[in-house]
Design a protein around this ligand. Structure first.
Ligand code: SF4
Length: 363
C-alpha cells in the first residue's frame, strides 16, 4: 500500500518543532506574503492540511547568484521552506551526484511528479547551439521538456525573466528569457540580479499555502513584491523631494543621506522590494549603503545601466590598464585586443538576428 504523504504541519512536527514554533512560522509567513496578522490562522490552516510540493530547479546560463541568494533567506528561513514546505527534488547546485547520475535523477523526478511539480528556472537560454549543451542536449530542449508537465513555471532572476547580463550587447550566445522558448506557457517572473531571498521563498510559500499562483502585474511579476518602485519607499526620498543631491561618490553628503539621483540612481524607474524588505535579513540595501540603484530587476539593465555605459566610454588607459605599471607593450597588446574584439563584435552583430529583442517582454 502506498504510504500517505504527511501534511506540512506533520512534517514540521516530525522534524522536532513544537506547535508554538509552527505558529510563529505561520505568522512570519503571513507577514512575508503581505497578509494581515489576523490572517495567521488562514496560513496555519492551509499548512495543517496541505502537503509539500515537489520543486525542480533548473540552471541555464547563470552565475548561480539566484541560488546563492535563495539559500540565504531569513524569513521564512530557507531550511524551513526546503524541508517543511517544498520538496526540492532536483537542483544542480545542491545535488551530490554528477554527470549521468544527475541526468538520470532529473529524468526520474520529471516522470515521478509529472503534473505536480513547480519548475524554477534560473538563467537565460542561449539560442546559439554552441552554448549550454548538457548530455548532448541543448538547454532549450531541456527547458521545454521540464516545463511540459510543470504545474507552474517560475523565472527566478533577471536572466530567466528578461535575458539578463548574458543578453547584454553583443550577446554572443544569443541569450533570451525563458518566455522566448516557452511560448504560451504562463510564467511568474521574479526578476532581480539576484532576487531578494525572501521574495523567492515568499512566492513559493504563496503557492504552497494557497494552492494557486500569486497575483501578478501585466509583466507577470507578483504584485506583492513588485508593486512599488524603489523610489517610492527609498530612505533617501525626503532628500530627493527637498532637492538635496550627492554630487559625487566622495561627497560627504552621500553619507549624510542625500539622494543619489545625480549619481545615476535608477530607483525612480525600478520595481522591486529592496527598499521594503531590504537584504540580508532586512539589514540594508544598496541605496542605504551609499550605492545608487542600478535597476537590476528591469529588462536590459546592463545595457541601460549608468555605470557600465560610462565605463565603456572611458579611454582604455583609464579602465583596467595602467601603462606606468605594466608598460607600453601591454597597453599596445591590449589595444590590439580591443580592436580585434570590436571587429568580432561587429561581425557577431551583423550575423545575429535583427529581431533579437523582438517580443521577449511580452511572450
Ligand atoms: S536615492 Fe534613488 S530611489 Fe532614493 S530618492 Fe534618490 S533617486 Fe529616488
Amino acid at each position: 500500500m502506498k504510504k500517505e504523504e504527511p501534511t506540512i504541519y506533520q512534517t514540521v512536527l516530525q522534524r522536532g518543532y513544537s506547535r508554538r514554533t509552527f505558529l510563529k512560522m505561520c505568522a512570519a509567513l503571513a507577514a512575508t506574503l503581505g497578509l494581515d496578522y489576523s490572517q495567521t490562522n488562514t496560513v496555519a490552516h492551509a499548512l495543517e492540511t496541505k502537503k509539500r510540493i515537489p520543486v525542480i530547479w533548473l540552471q541555464m546560463q547563470d552565475c548561480t547568484g539566484c541560488s546563492e541568494s535563495f539559500i540565504r533567506s531569513s524569513y521564512p528561513k530557507t531550511e524551513s521552506v526546503i524541508f517543511n514546505m517544498i520538496s526540492l527534488e532536483y537542483m544542480e547546485l545542491l545535488t551530490a551526484a554528477a554527470g549521468f547520475q544527475t541526468e538520470a535523477a532529473e529524468q526520474n523526478v520529471l516522470k515521478k511528479y509529472a503534473g505536480e511539480y513547480v519548475l524554477v528556472v534560473e538563467g537565460s537560454v542561449p539560442v546559439n547551439p554552441c552554448y549550454l549543451t548538457i548530455g548532448g542536449r541543448s538547454g532549450a530542449d531541456l527547458l521545454k521538456e521540464a516545463a511540459a508537465h510543470a504545474k507552474a513555471v517560475l523565472a527566478f532572476g533577471t536572466c530567466s525573466s528578461w535575458g539578463g547580463i548574458a543578453k547584454a550587447k553583443p550577446n554572443p550566445t544569443g541569450a533570451r528569457p525563458i518566455a522566448a522558448v516557452l511560448k504560451g506557457t504562463p510564467i511568474i517572473r521574479v526578476p532581480g540580479c539576484p532576487p531578494i531571498a525572501e521574495v523567492m521563498t515568499g512566492v513559493l510559500a504563496h503557492i504552497v499555502t494557497f494552492g494557486s499562483l500569486p497575483e501578478t502585474d501585466m509583466l507577470g511579476r507578483p504584485k506583492a513584491f513588485y508593486r512599488h518602485r524603489i523610489h517610492d519607499k527609498c530612505n533617501r526620498r525626503a532628500y530627493f523631494d527637498a532637492g538635496l543631491f550627492a554630487e559625487s561618490f566622495d561627497d560627504p553628503n552621500l553619507k549624510a543621506g542625500y539622494c543619489l539621483y545625480k549619481l545615476g540612481c535608477k530607483g525612480p524607474t525600478t520595481y522591486n522590494a529592496c527598499a521594503e524588505l531590504r537584504w540580508n535579513g532586512g539589514i540594508s540595501y544598496p541605496i542605504q549603503s551609499g550605492n545608487p540603484c542600478i535597476g537590476c530587476s528591469e529588462a536590459d539593465f546592463w545595457d541601460n545601466g549608468p555605470f557600465y555605459t560610462h565605463e565603456a566610454k572611458l579611454p582604455l588607459t583609464q579602465t583596467t590598464i595602467n601603462p606606468e605599471k605594466w608598460g607600453a607593450g601591454i597597453t599596445a597588446a591590449a589595444a590590439v585586443g580591443v580592436g580585434a574584439h570590436a571587429g568580432i563584435t561587429a561581425a557577431v552583430k551583423h550575423h545575429q538576428a535583427k529581431d533579437q529583442n523582438k517580443g521577449d517582454h511580452h511572450e
